[in-house]
Design a protein around this ligand. Structure first.
Ligand code: ACO
Length: 431
């Protein structure tokens, strides 16, 4: 990153100001307005931050035009093929792929902390059976700040490192327990001889009364989906994590806030919406043509869920990877489930219909991930929980990067006030 001496000249109130241009390692450019208020008394205004870089980061690179996603410089396709999720997590958090010893140590540290304090089970008992697992996830992750309070200081190097291990270790247990609570089954404790993904599937689907054997394709698919979701730049939940963490609150409360942000339908909820849409089409006599027409009608707000992306105007590289594993799983497990047939048909239409082709509305990761989760037997309400499990290393990486930065400050955006100017209070009886 450098400035290359380039500046932008700003003419304001008859005065001229120079603002430096920062250049990223991929040639991306930013006008640095860090001194703007001090120099001019003006702020910038950018609702939704679409034009605002809130930080400099070395973690994730996204080029939506070219369909490129890299973690720490490595292509997502290569990571999906050659690494597993814990390796990818290490890479994101610590910046480099681990050596064999570093990876063993990292995995050992995660394994050692998978159990929850027994007292935490009583928190689950207090939730009604209809509680959404994302609400439970956020609440129980937040409660770690109570049970693991000796790791609450993000400025202490040791506490920070141990909080990271504990957060990564306990998230699958918390997530699986939330599912077991929602279906009234006994909690299945973590088994530390299993891998991260095996352990999660075991806690989700095993029951004490019989042996559970998991399909290796299921484990691979979960591993892949977690890698693909692990980071995506300054998205809403990651920005939330940076914002909340900037106050120096502990990691557990910070991640709990990230989970809340992810829960929103505009963020993590699209794959659930995609399955809902397929169910609606099936229930409506499988009238696919009607829904394609609705999606194309400019006067109809209906959109095909799982198609299009704000950033990717080319094939989302994550969707490409997902498509191949989805196809493999469908060949093995689709059986005569009408939803999978419908999904295949919809994909073919969207990839050939000029409306979708011209607008570059490719199937996105949510289209395939929803289908894969369904094949794995994961219920719709758990889809966003799985997203959170995958995104966790990305959240932690950004939180750690922020705390290590010499430029770290509490996030405190400004506003352009557009309310009343000063006025007098009218006494209550006269209002
Ligand atoms: N179905 C039908 N038409 C669509 C769709 C869709 N899914 N998405 C975009 N379009 C059309 C728009 O109507 C618009 O048409 P026009 O040019 O004739 O007006 C054109 O494509 C461009 O659409 P925009 O709204 O400008 O695209 P934008 O980048 O703002 O939207 C978004 C991206 C929100 C993802 C959109 O494609 C969408 O709503 N998709 C469905 C929801 C979804 O799958 N979300 C998950 C995204 S992936 C993720 O978040 C991990």
């Amino acid at each position: 990153m450098g400035t290359a001496g380039e500046t932008v000249r700003l003419l304001l109130g008859g005065k001229e100001y120079e603002l430096p241009v920062r250049i990223g390692t991929e040639g991306n450019r930013a006008i640095d307005v860090g001194q703007l208020y001090a120099m001019t008394g003006h702020i910038t205004l950018d609702e939704g931050y679409a034009n605002t870089g809130t930080t400099m980061s070395t973690i994730c690179y996204v080029d939506g035009e070219k369909g490129v996603l890299r973690y720490r410089g490595y292509r997502i396709e290569a990571l999906a093929e050659q690494c597993d999720f814990t390796e990818t997590a290490y890479l994101l958090i610590f910046g480099e792929l681990p050596t064999a010893d570093q990876l063993e140590d990292f995995r050992g540290n995660i394994r050692r902390h998978t159990l929850l304090h027994e007292g935490m089970k009583t928190i689950y008992d207090g939730f009604p059976p209809y509680a959404h697992p994302m609400a439970i996830l956020s609440a129980v992750v937040g409660a770690l700040a109570i049970y693991d309070k000796e790791f609450n200081d993000p400025r202490d190097v040791t506490q920070r490192r141990l909080a990271i291990y504990r957060m990564l270790a306990k998230m699958p247990t918390i997530a699986a327990f939330s599912y077991k609570r929602s279906i009234g089954q006994p909690y299945i404790y973590p088994q530390n001889h299993l891998t991260y993904c095996q352990n999660f599937l075991n806690m989700m689907f095993a029951v004490p009364s019989e042996k559970y054997s998991m399909d290796v394709d299921f484990v691979d698919a979960l591993n892949l989906l977690l890698i693909l979701h692990a980071d995506h730049g300054q998205n809403c939940s990651t920005s939330t994590v940076r914002m909340v963490g900037s106050s120096n609150v502990n990691l557990f409360s910070t991640i709990s806030a990230g989970v809340c942000a992810l829960w929103g339908a505009l963020h993590g909820g699209a794959n659930e919406a995609c399955i809902d849409m397929l169910e609606t089409i099936l229930a409506d006599g499988r009238n696919l043509g009607k829904y394609i027409d609705k999606a194309k009608d400019p006067n109809d707000p209906f959109r095909l869920m799982g198609f299009g992306h704000r950033v990717y105007k080319n094939y989302d590289p994550r969707a490409k990877v997902c498509k191949s594993i989805c196809g493999r799983l469908l060949d093995r497990f689709a059986g005569d489930d009408p939803m999978f047939e419908l999904a295949k048909e919809l994909e073919e239409i969207a990839l050939s219909d000029p409306y979708f082709v011209q607008r570059k509305l490719f199937p996105n990761i949510d289209f395939y991930s929803g289908i894969i989760y369904r094949i794995l037997g994961i219920p719709k309400e758990m889809f966003t929980v799985l997203f959170a499990l995958g995104r966790l290393p990305g959240w932690i990486a950004h939180w750690r990067e922020m705390h290590l930065s010499p430029d770290k400050r509490i996030h405190r955006p400004r506003q352009l006030y557009t309310g009343h100017t000063e006025r007098e209070i009218v006494p209550l009886i006269k209002r």
